[in-house]
Design a protein around this ligand. Structure first.
Ligand SMILES: NC(=O)c1ccc[n+]([C@@H]2O[C@H](COP(=O)([O-])OP(=O)(O)OC[C@H]3O[C@@H](n4cnc5c(N)ncnc54)[C@H](OP(=O)(O)O)[C@@H]3O)[C@@H](O)[C@H]2O)c1
Length: 218
């Protein structure tokens, strides 16, 4: 499958490499087609990897991943273009972190709104699915780094889009426990988890951890 990955940071390159390893043709998108990190990633990832602008990456992808800085995601997606994203599944991994007042960061949206919802409102023809934002990027693509069962979530308005993403999470990335939380407003909860994720990272001194949702037998 042709997949567009918007973002040249550690998330975009990690997701991109995993998708290439799964056999997909991945175009990593950036503000500039010759972004040095993207060029370096293509050299390492091999023949099914390419780079381009956000717009070129979005046009290339049958599915598109948003792995851009949360504060810049709407601008990056606008550069990708509403037409290029129309009718496509947009897998949104971004978190609305605001580092302007130092660490730990705050969330620039929350409580009664979320970045996932802002993206869905700005791109109504696109089928946004928020997922994987609750774990570090290495755990996103290799859940076995964390021993034992742990859970990731999907939030989105389109059942078909969520089914596509769940198949990729389970069959491609190897996530055994995926909970469909409901519509895109449920992204408020997974984005708010960042408050706790960041503090756990400080205490545990490793980013390799996850959420285990434990159910009663009844
Ligand atoms: N780190 C993790 O493990 C992790 C886990 C869960 C979720 N997340 C979320 O995943 C996203 C990506 O994180 P990251 O650390 O890999 O990368 P990042 O540094 O947060 O974002 C890098 C990307 O954002 C783009 N960008 C930055 N400013 C921009 C602007 N003004 N306009 C348009 N695009 C802009 C960059 O474009 P250029 O390519 O042009 O430089 C680059 O592609 C974030 O939203 C983060 O919160 C991260």
């Amino acid at each position: 499958m042709k997949i567009g990955v918007l973002g040249t940071g550690m998330v975009g390159t990690t997701i991109g490499s995993k998708l290439v390893a799964l056999g997909h043709e991945v175009k990593l998108g950036s503000r500039t087609a010759d972004n040095p990190k993207a060029v370096q990633w293509v050299a390492a990832a091999g023949g099914r990897a390419s780079t381009g602008t956000f717009a070129e990456s979005a046009r290339h992808g049958e599915i598109v991943f948003n792995c851009t800085n949360g504060g810049a995601s709407l601008d990056a997606l606008a550069a990708a273009g509403a037409d290029a994203l129309a009718d496509k599944v947009l897998v949104d991994l971004a978190n609305p972190l605001d580092f302007s007042r130092g660490a730990p960061p705050t969330l620039f949206v929350g409580n009664d709104d979320s970045l996932g919802e802002r993206i869905q409102r700005a791109f109504p023809r696109t089928r946004v699915v928020k997922t994987l934002n609750t774990v570090n990027c290495n755990v996103m693509v290799d859940p076995g780094r964390v021993p034992g069962p742990h859970t990731v979530f999907v939030s989105g308005n389109d059942p078909g889009a969520k089914a596509t993403v769940i198949e990729l999470l389970r069959g491609g990335f190897g996530h055994g426990d995926v909970i469909d939380l409901g519509d895109i407003t449920t992204a408020r909860g997974t984005e708010a988890w960042l408050h706790l994720w960041l503090r756990l990272w400080g205490v545990l001194r490793t980013p390799d951890f996850g959420i285990q949702v434990v159910r009663s037998r009844a």
